[in-house]
Design a protein around this ligand. Structure first.
Ligand code: PGA
Length: 248
């Protein structure tokens, strides 16, 4: 039985002071052992967020990392740094990183391999644009993104990976995929995982849906057999996040 996982992707929101105020307001309501709850906060908030969730079941995550361990990469943060801070999760290959910062399936794969090597759990984002959906290539594309992201990751390590299916047209638009559309793609991701690995491994890997998840659509999405939780953007920086966690 897969343990469900809801992660908040704060994106470029909340200063350290705002982080203190927000986490203190919501933490008792999102502290549960029924499911994994992860807050993926900006780098500058990681340290304080970690302190604030100490003695709870809430985990902290970063939103990106570089695939090199150190060196002349001004402005970047490495997996070693995150690991030493005791940050367990890291989002890799979010569509905004792909769109605005030139990330590709190949760099996503390098980051995934480095994250795993350092003992981090990557939340790997995949998903199609609206024109790709209209062309009818969603499943092929998402299968390929998943395959490339996991190249070189063995089955045991793959168990620590979370895949987030995030249709780009649903991110931040208020236009959520229907539960059937989301289920269809999440099932095809599970299918490709069973082709890369085996049925047992595919059945153990958690797959999230992300894209305009909110308090009113969460329960319906979570009722789908291949959707094991959500990656929540806009609603994760509001009190509404507590209702989404409550819906699982
Ligand atoms: P959204 O973002 O919930 O605001 O659509 C999701 C994401 O980008 O992870």
């Amino acid at each position: 039985m897969r343990k469900r996982i809801v992660a908040g992707n704060w994106k470029m929101n909340k200063t350290p002071d705002e982080t203190v105020a927000f986490i203190n307001t919501i933490k008792d309501r999102i502290n549960t052992d029924r499911l994994d709850v992860v807050l993926c906060v900006p780098f500058v908030d990681l340290m304080i967020a970690k302190v604030l969730v100490k003695d709870t079941n809430i985990a902290i995550g970063a939103q990106n990392m570089h695939f090199e361990e150190s060196g002349a990469f001004t402005g970047e943060i490495s997996g070693v740094m995150l690991a030493e801070m005791g940050v367990p999760y890291v989002i890799i290959g979010h569509s905004e990183r792909r769109q605005y910062f030139g990330e590709t399936d190949t760099t996503v794969n390098k980051k995934v391999l480095k994250a795993i090597e350092k003992g981090l759990k990557p939340i790997i984002c995949v998903g199609e644009s609206i024109s790709q959906r209209n062309q009818g290539i969603t499943t092929d594309l998402v299968r390929m993104q998943t395959r490339i992201a996991l190249q070189g990751v063995d089955a045991t390590k793959a168990l620590d990976v979370v895949i987030a299916y995030e249709p780009i047209w649903a991110i931040g638009t208020g236009q959520t995929a229907t539960s059937l559309q989301a289920q269809e793609v999440c099932a095809s991701i599970r299918q490709v995982l069973s082709e890369i690995y085996d049925r047992f491994t595919a059945d153990a890997i958690r797959i999230q849906y992300g894209g305009s998840v909110n308090a009113s659509n969460a329960a319906e999405l979570f009722s789908m057999p291949d959707i094991d939780g959500a990656l929540v953007g806009g609603a994760s920086i509001k009190d509404e996040f507590t209702s989404i966690v409550g819906a699982l």
